[in-house]
Design a protein around this ligand. Structure first.
Ligand code: PLP
Length: 429
């Protein structure tokens, strides 16, 4: 996990960042021309996409890679002819590129699938076959259902599934976490960042807890991967899942498995398919064109940075991206904080690490009403629970229609944040 770029206090930090990142904001806004969809106009206004946590816009480079696959080497794999061998090569390269994105040892640790949820289910069935009744799995109350439902399903087979508690500020209760882990724990499945509140979880602390029982550790990095660089070796996780459509790519799920581990799992698979990792958990024909787009998405992120190899360009690119997003996230927080009747749900930017995803409620109004007002003014934002339904229940937000969520992305500008804050202020007034 990359180190914090945090200031001591978010106010002074904002001032610092204003002086140091002025050029950074400019360089990121120069990249806006890479995104054709940013040219869209609605009701006479340019569309402002503040809906990134549900899926980002896609740069021309990624669209071109997808089109080019169809135009030049569309074929199934493992054939003797040119387009089949090129497809094989592209898939191998895409795995290696994603491995560089995650800091994973090599291409054999990277499997692809339809989306994170589907891969999470496949993995839970495979791991479920290793577990005995009475074995335990720990999940969290903060997580997206995709990292809860598949594991909760193991209860049908007698597996005990415990839930680490979430607190009212959308952070995990680590004391409770510690109590939920014991000698019977075989797997801990936790998110790296909350898609609803932007909280970044302390997975290193949890890894230390799991050392006591030798449990497997799985990280849902779907909301973390678009905002922070990942170093699999440092995270020391056994599995990590993410989804390319959250980081400027198409709809493809990605599973990292620790080297050698996938080969030990009884995955759902046909006897006709490749039995070894990374193919062992990939059923049917993959979406090759989209995977060509995943490779291009990682290369696009790398193009934001400098370095002698792909991994160092990814790290540098993510650093630029993270600084840009954090400065806009702080600006957003400061803008919303003073609005009467509005409550920001979740942490401020005083913490070292926080995703630039902000959720709020307004007294007397539903989140849907807020989003409808913004949509009329060409501002795209989401309302509801975003499948992070459990924390919404626990924090008492579900019965009031959930929250309004604002996401900051690579292409977000300071003007868009100003526009959003002005419109929310107008709505409240
Ligand atoms: C944190 C988190 N986990 C999992 C998922 C599910 O990902 P997918 O849509 O690829 O199944 C999402 C999707 O929003 C998410 O935000």
């Amino acid at each position: 996990m990359q180190d914090s770029h945090s200031p001591d206090s978010h106010k002074s930090g904002w001032t610092n960042l204003m002086t140091t990142t002025g050029s950074l904001l400019t360089s990121m806004s120069e990249r806006r021309s890479d995104f054709p969809s940013l040219r869209r106009v609605h009701n006479g206004l340019p569309l402002a996409y503040l809906d990134g946590p549900a899926g980002t816009q896609i740069p021309r480079q990624v669209i071109d890679a997808i089109t080019s696959y169809y135009a030049t080497c569309n074929a199934n794999t493992h054939g003797e002819f040119i387009t089949a061998t090129e497809s094989d090569r592209m898939l191998d390269e895409a795995r290696a590129t994603v491995a560089a994105f995650l800091g994973a040892p090599d291409a054999t640790t990277i499997s692809f699938g339809a989306n994170m949820t589907t891969m999470s289910y496949s993995l839970s069935r495979a791991i479920g076959r290793m577990l005995e009744p009475g074995d335990e799995v720990v999940i969290t109350e903060l997580d997206h259902e995709a990292n809860r439902g598949p594991w909760l399903g193991l209860r049908e087979h007698g597996v005990v599934v415990r839930e680490a508690a979430v607190r009212n500020d959308a952070t995990l209760d680590y004391e409770d976490f510690r109590h939920k882990i014991n000698r019977k724990t075989k797997l801990v499945a936790m998110g790296l960042a909350s898609n609803a509140f932007g909280t970044v979880n302390d997975i290193r602390l949890v890894r230390e807890m799991t050392h006591r029982c030798g449990s497997l550790l799985l990280a849902d990095a779907v909301h973390f991967a678009p905002h922070f660089s990942i170093d699999i070796q440092k995270l020391d996780v056994d599995f990590l899942l993410c989804s390319a459509y959250k980081f400027y790519g198409p709809h493809v799920g990605i599973l990292y498995s620790r080297k050698g581990l996938l080969d030990t799992l009884e995955t759902d698979r046909l006897r006709t398919q490749e039995q070894r990792a990374p193919y062992r958990i990939e059923t049917g024909t993959l979406n090759h064109a989209a995977i060509a787009g995943v490779k291009a998405a990682v290369e696009y992120i790398a193009s934001l940075g400098n370095g002698s190899d792909l991994r160092s360009r990814v790290l540098d690119g993510m650093r630029h991206l993270g600084e840009h997003e954090r400065s806009l996230g702080m600006k957003l927080y400061d803008g919303l904080e003073g609005i009467p009747k509005l409550t920001i749900r979740g942490q401020s930017f005083d913490v070292p690490l926080r995703a630039p995803t902000l959720s709020f409620t307004i007294n007397g109004k539903t989140a849907k009403e807020v989003c409808a007002h913004l949509a009329e003014r060409a501002i795209c934002t989401w309302d509801g629970h975003f499948y992070a339904i459990r924390p919404m229940e626990v924090m008492g937000l579900l019965e009031r229609g959930g929250v309004t969520r604002i996401g900051v992305s690579l292409y977000t500008t300071a003007e868009e944040i100003d526009r959003l804050v002005d419109e929310v202020r107008r709505f409240v007034a």
